[in-house]
Design a protein around this ligand. Structure first.
Ligand SMILES: N[C@@H](CCC(=O)N[C@@H](CS)C(=O)NCC(=O)O)C(=O)O
Length: 215
């Protein structure tokens, strides 16, 4: 059986679990032995990256590399469209989420706890998140990708949007959500794999906020 090393509130682990759920691939989930940066974990997963997949002799990191591998290995319940342009657009959505939207959210991470929050950093993060949400809205409006199917590019995007929504009013000020993004969020949450993952994952998100004193 596939083994996946995960940590409790990791956004990228939730992203991967959505794909595993949608594809109905059995997997065992284990915490990194000795902790994330431990010698023991690094001896198995040299990059120390979480999530990490172990499939027989293969050790693979980066949620997107893992997703592409699983898509090829388990073509049932495909998560890439059957057209060249569709696949390119799904991959663009993944990369936008991993390299633009999530890094904007990540700017807030050192400032989640109110006790150590720097107001200017929050203002900057809010501006960057807003910029990324506006761009996502335009991209969604232009995208021909149907929403009644879950694509690889949706997995990280929806988890990141759920974190942004949780932070709104608690870590960052209110956001002006583009209508296209609000609609997309609602549509993604209707997919069974997303709904089931969010039901399991949201308590971890809330626990993180409690531990930071942000709820
Ligand atoms: N691009 C990576 C990012 C994953 C990531 O940032 N993982 C964090 C946990 S959410 C991590 O591994 N932190 C420990 C480290 O970087 O050593 C992916 O898609 O897997």
């Amino acid at each position: 059986m596939l083994r996946v090393y995960t940590s409790d509130h990791s956004l990228y682990c939730a992203k991967l679990r959505i794909l595993l759920r949608h594809k109905q691939i059995p997997f065992e989930e284990v915490p990194p032995p000795g902790g994330g940066g431990s010698k023991e974990f690094l001896s198995i997963v040299p990059s120390g990256n979480i999530p990490a997949l172990v499939d027989g002799a293969l050790v693979l990191t980066d949620s997107e590399a893992i997703a592409e591998y699983l898509e090829e290995k388990h073509p049932d319940h495909p998560m890439l469209p059957d057209t060249l342009i569709g696949r390119a657009l799904s991959r663009e959505r993944s990369r936008f989420s991993d390299t633009r939207l999530e890094p904007a959210l990540r700017l807030t991470f050192p400032h989640v706890a109110p006790a150590t929050r720097d107001p200017q950093s929050i203002t900057d993060a809010h501006a960057m998140i807003t910029k990324r949400l506006v761009a996502l809205g335009v991209m969604l409006d232009r995208s021909p990708l149907p929403r009644d199917q879950l694509w690889m590019g949706d997995c990280g995007t929806i988890v990141t949007l759920e974190w942004i929504a949780l932070f709104e009013g608690r870590v960052i000020p209110a956001l002006d959500w583009p209508e296209a993004v609000t609609t997309y969020r609602a549509q993604m949450l209707e997919h069974a794999a997303v709904a089931e993952e969010m039901q399991a994952y949201r308590p971890e998100m809330l626990l993180y906020m409690h531990e930071k004193g942000a709820l």
